[in-house]
Design a protein around this ligand. Structure first.
Ligand code: FES
Length: 177
């Protein structure tokens, strides 16, 4: 008789445990359904992800010209430097502020192309090409001069124009980002 009581209590406990576990699991599931949309909305939107990297057809830029494309909300100068621009760069002494070899700012076998972010490294204005003292860009906001490699030569800007992460995915196409 005592044994049957013990068995009865054990059976009740097992049923209670099952009900508690099932209720707990349901509560966790419901909680996850409520929380997931909140977490998911913090993920980047699909269009943002798509802009994390972009491709550009280099045949769209002619020698001696530049095309400005937008990447992650920033202007990017894609410049096809003319033979005269490249000659001038080589002829100039590498003097002034942070000097980096032009070859370190371009891709091997594609030295005629320069790809840089189009924001002055001083306070972010957009410099214009061909109006500075060094054959490159001039920032009208506070007078920074960059050469045709985007290197700062004169003015308050502390750094060269930034070369973004990019690669040639074919002879005529680059992927930025
Ligand atoms: S923002 Fe270009 S010189 Fe100040």
């Amino acid at each position: 008789m005592a044994e049957s009581v013990v068995e009865g209590e054990g059976g009740d406990a097992t049923r209670r445990d099952f009900i508690h576990i099932a209720a707990g699991a349901a509560a966790v599931g419901a909680g996850a359904m409520v929380v997931w949309p909140l977490i998911n909305q913090m993920n980047p939107a699909a269009d943002t992800l798509a802009l994390a990297s972009i491709e550009f057809d280099m045949t769209k830029v002619q020698e001696g010209q530049q095309v400005v494309i937008k990447w992650q909300g920033k202007p990017v100068f894609v410049r096809y430097r003319s033979a005269a621009e490249l000659q001038k760069l080589q002829a100039e002494p590498n003097e002034g502020k942070p000097v980096q070899p032009d070859s370190a700012r371009t891709k091997e076998g594609h030295g005629q192309y320069l790809v840089v972010l189009g924001n002055c490294t001083h306070l972010g204005c957009v410099p214009t090409f061909g109006t500075g003292d060094y054959g490159g860009w001039f920032c009208p906001c506070h007078g920074s001069h960059y050469d045709a490699s985007g290197r700062i030569r004169k003015g308050p800007a502390p750094l060269n124009l930034v070369v973004p992460e990019y690669e040639f995915v074919s002879d005529t196409r680059i992927k930025i980002g």
